[in-house]
Design a protein around this ligand. Structure first.
Ligand SMILES: O=c1ccn([C@@H]2O[C@H](COP(=O)(O)O)[C@@H](O)[C@H]2O)c(=O)[nH]1
Length: 224
């Protein structure tokens, strides 16, 4: 199966986004997240699709089922290939998203890669994080979604319970790279070997002095 690398276009302005796209040359798998979507709106996504980009729309919808269903219905015609929702919204919310998604693959964010056990403890949650990820993945499977977003250490457990799942993995860094706000990170080769179907990389490419060279390093590592 082809493993995809989605470059997270996390920049605040259209001209910056366009400059990065130009630097990335023929790379066509782009993640548009909240930062750009809230600024540039649906037209930007439509235009990228018209220009031949494959778009992963990372909106992480999380609300009551009716609201999420209607939000997904509002974006389903943009031409994005993948849309994220939060598993914490519960089974009914995930089902509502799936029902309104049209041709988009809906994937559920299990536990943000910026969270770890200590941060969950702040919320009074003492269930082990990998168990929460497993439960979230079970909900996504029951709702008929295409897969999940998770961190590399949890891939094996998800794959074991749901062999056909699309497993999209952010928090990707080479050893020694700045992890920023990410708490559960892994290298690209490690994540692919564990069974990731897609990787998401933002700052290590977008903020690199040579984004094209950074992208090729990640792509090369994925096929090692
Ligand atoms: O659990 C999650 C879900 C989504 N993301 C998104 O992936 C990228 C990662 O960016 P980096 O700069 O490579 O850290 C970013 O757009 C997040 O919104 C995630 O990191 N973790």
């Amino acid at each position: 199966m082809t493993k995809r690398l989605w470059v997270a276009l996390d920049v605040p302005q259209r001209d910056q986004a366009e400059a990065i796209l130009e630097r990335l040359g023929s790379h066509r798998h782009i993640k548009v997240g909240m930062e750009l979507y809230y600024r540039l709106g649906p037209d930007f996504v439509r235009q990228l699709v018209d220009r031949g980009y494959h778009i992963f729309l990372d909106l992480k919808c999380h609300d009551i089922p009716r609201t999420v269903g209607r939000a997904v219905a509002a974006v389903q015609s943009l031409g994005a290939e993948v849309l994220t929702v939060h598993a914490q919204g519960g089974l009914e919310m995930l089902e509502a998203a799936r029902q309104e998604a049209g041709t988009m693959s809906v994937v559920a964010v299990t536990m943000l890669t910026s969270l770890d056990q200590a941060l969950l403890q702040d919320l009074g949650i003492s269930v082990p994080l990998p168990e929460l990820v497993e439960r979230a993945a079970d909900l996504a499977r029951r709702a008929g979604l295409a897969g999940v977003v998770a961190a590399s250490p949890e891939i094996g457990r998800i794959h074991h319970r749901w062999p056909g799942a699309r497993i999209i993995v952010p928090g990707i860094r080479f050893p020694g790279q700045d992890t920023g706000d990410q708490r559960r990170v892994a290298g690209p080769a490690e994540a692919v070997a564990a069974g990731a179907t897609d990787l998401v990389v933002g700052r290590p490419i977008v903020a690199a002095s040579d984004p094209a060279e950074a992208l090729s390093r990640f792509v090369a590592a994925m096929s090692q």
